[in-house]
Design a protein around this ligand. Structure first.
Ligand SMILES: NC(=O)C1=CN([C@@H]2O[C@H](COP(=O)(O)OP(=O)(O)OC[C@H]3O[C@@H](n4cnc5c(N)ncnc54)[C@H](O)[C@@H]3O)[C@@H](O)[C@H]2O)[C@@H](O)CC1
Ligand SMILES: Nc1ncnc2c1ncn2[C@@H]1O[C@H](COP(=O)(O)OP(=O)(O)O)[C@@H](O)[C@H]1O
Ligand SMILES: [K+]
Length: 516
């Protein structure tokens, strides 16, 4: 009989969910002792693969992270590596498994002193893992300070000690790792900054936890991978025509005309059948001269929003984007708000970016009340702070879980009723129903003016082709990252739409070859 292996999507597990996965594995018949043995072995394997033999110090903490450390140390010792081990805690406090491997360690147990670093070239950080609840104190903190000062090479087990695996927050100072080995599945803190920047190269090791334990957990967080949405990707139909591929409307402002032009080109490149840029009469000539494949509709200044109504009377205009270059100065702000509310009133798929968000900073509830249909908001951190001030308390004044980007995006989606794309190096896409995706493929080259405008165009272009908001936003963010990687250094926003075809071809070849 043919064996059909169930494919599990790229889930991210919180510390709590990882604990449950661990328990479920034990219930399924995998002894906890075996899990720890496998975890330590996986770390040792990753160490010898990356580094040649060198004076190594294993720093073991009081919990199971420390337990893994004993296993690593013994493996390295049995390969004749020069290994020393220091333990922070008491044997009485160890779990059964950790105590077992403590006893199995055949070398000395040294006091937890920073002097040990003098002869050390590599530290295995097994101090704290997923169970860390508060900033490091005492000897552990001193050790981390000394590791940072000496810029010592670190391999972290599970997470660099001091990183919260669930949120990516650094609980105090953290010695950055060159390599982090985690188990079974990545955790959100491996992808969210600052955690991501502290992990170095990340290895996910299989330690024998059966994948079927995932069935017992209600998981709602994923790493952004095409597997999540590729089945809904709107490739053109063999017998299709342009109206099968939707008609996106891009609102263009009067002054910053480049922004909406980038958006329109992004929408075209991602496959919208038609794109109309709705431009105020004053700027119409600029748009009409600069655009070719994109149609330009004229909006009379005195009655601009009424003209916009007329444009929207055509039901084929099935997706709308407002914001890039829309304008916020004086009267423009009022006009931007009107255009947004009219777009939302159609109930058609709408993307709100940049000025469309900031225009409601005085009274965000007016915006949230108007969102009753498919809607994607794409704030960067500044726009997010204006629209969701109470969610976005700064880390200085708010030490609660709200600091965490994943939670902030989820709360914003719930509060607004829109899919929220909270942009940045670790963009989070959150749905009002609680699902959230963390993006991890975007290069820093994307941090350039106008790149967000192109992203808004990719999203509206996919919405026009009928993709659901959460899928469209996730797909667009992933492709935006891929295009950034494709271009690399020297990237400017203008390049992004025009490099999309290459990315789409590679994506199609990898994910759809069997269906063509
Ligand atoms: N499937 C799994 O869950 C597996 C987990 N393993 C390891 O187990 C680790 C999690 O183990 P634990 O839950 O014991 O967590 P830790 O090893 O992170 O230790 C937490 C312990 O430290 C104490 N503590 C927390 N914050 C402290 C602070 N700031 N200062 C001093 N003490 C503090 C806690 O009270 C607790 O006793 C993982 O990171 C991983 O390395 C592996 O053994 C393999 C299997
Ligand atoms: N350091 C970074 N690494 C990866 N992507 C980034 C980084 N900084 C910004 N980006 C991405 O670049 C885009 C910038 O968008 P935005 O801030 O709206 O700029 P603009 O308004 O100039 O277009 C977003 O998609 C964001 O996620
Ligand atoms: K650690």
């Amino acid at each position: 009989m043919e064996h059909i292996r169930k494919q599990y999507p790229p889930f991210l597990l919180t510390a709590n969910e990882m604990g449950k996965a661990d328990q479920a594995a034990v219930v399924a018949g995998v002894p906890a002792m075996d899990l720890m043995a496998a975890a330590g072995k996986a770390v040792a394997d990753a160490v010898v693969e990356r580094w040649s033999e060198r004076p190594t110090l294993v720093l073991c903490g009081p919990g199971n992270n420390g337990g893994d450390g004993f296993v690593v140390a013994q493996h390295l010792r049995s390969m004749d590596w020069p290994v020393r081990l220091a333990f922070l805690g008491s044997v009485d406090g160890l779990s059964t498994e950790a105590a077992h491997f403590y006893r199995a360690w055949q070398g000395d147990i040294e006091p937890f002193s920073t002097d040990l670093l003098d002869q050390t070239k590599l530290v295995i950080d097994a101090m704290f893992g997923a169970g860390l609840a508060r900033p490091l104190e005492g000897n552990a903190r001193d050790m981390v300070d000394a590791m940072i000062t000496r810029n010592i090479t670190v391999c972290a087990i599970d997470v660099p000690s001091g990183v919260d695996g669930t949120t990516g927050a650094a609980l105090g100072k953290v010695a950055p790792a060159e390599l982090t080995v985690t188990f079974f599945r990545k955790k959100p803190g491996h992808l969210l900054f600052p955690g991501r920047g502290l992990c170095g190269h990340l290895v996910v090791a299989d330690i024998g936890i059966p994948e079927s334990v995932l069935d017992e957990l209600t998981l709602q967080t994923w790493e952004n991978r095409p597997e999540l949405w590729c089945q809904y990707y709107p490739w053109p139909r063999l017998d299709g025509h342009k109206y099968h591929r939707g008609h996106a409307v891009v609102y263009g402002g009067e002054t910053m005309t480049g922004a909406s032009r980038l958006t329109a080109r992004g929408a075209m490149r991602v496959g919208a059948g038609l794109v109309t840029l709705a431009a105020p009469i004053k700027a119409w000539a600029v748009y009409a001269t600069a655009l070719t494949g994109v149609m330009v509709a004229k909006l009379e200044v005195s009655q601009e929003s009424e003209d916009f109504d007329v444009l929207l009377l055509d039901p084929r205009h099935n997706a709308i984007v407002v914001g890039p270059g829309a304008g916020l100065a004086g009267f423009e702000r009022i006009r931007t708000r009107k255009i947004v509310l009219k777009a939302l009133a159609t109930g058609r798929a709408t993307v709100l970016d940049a000025d469309a968000l900031s225009a409601f900073s005085d009274d965000p509830q007016i915006l949230f009340d108007a969102i009753n249909g498919p809607c994607v908001m794409t704030p960067h951190d500044g726009e997010f702070a204006r629209l969701f001030p109470e969610i976005n308390k700064s880390p200085e004044i708010n030490k609660s879980h709200l600091d965490d980007k994943l939670t902030r995006a989820r709360l914003a989606a719930k509060q607004s009723g829109a899919v929220v794309v909270l942009k940045g190096a670790d963009t989070v896409i959150a749905s009002p129903d609680g699902r959230a995706i963390i993006n991890s493929n975007a290069p820093a080259d994307l941090a350039t003016g106008g790149s967000g405008d192109v992203l808004a165009g990719f999203i509206v272009g996919l919405l026009a082709q009928g993709m659901a908001p959460f899928d469209a936003a996730s797909a667009a963010v992933w492709m935006h990252g891929e295009v950034g990687n494709e271009i690399g250094s020297g990237l400017i926003a203008e390049d992004l739409p025009d490099h999309l075809p290459k990315v789409l071809s590679a994506f199609k070849a990898q994910y759809f070859s069997s269906h063509q």
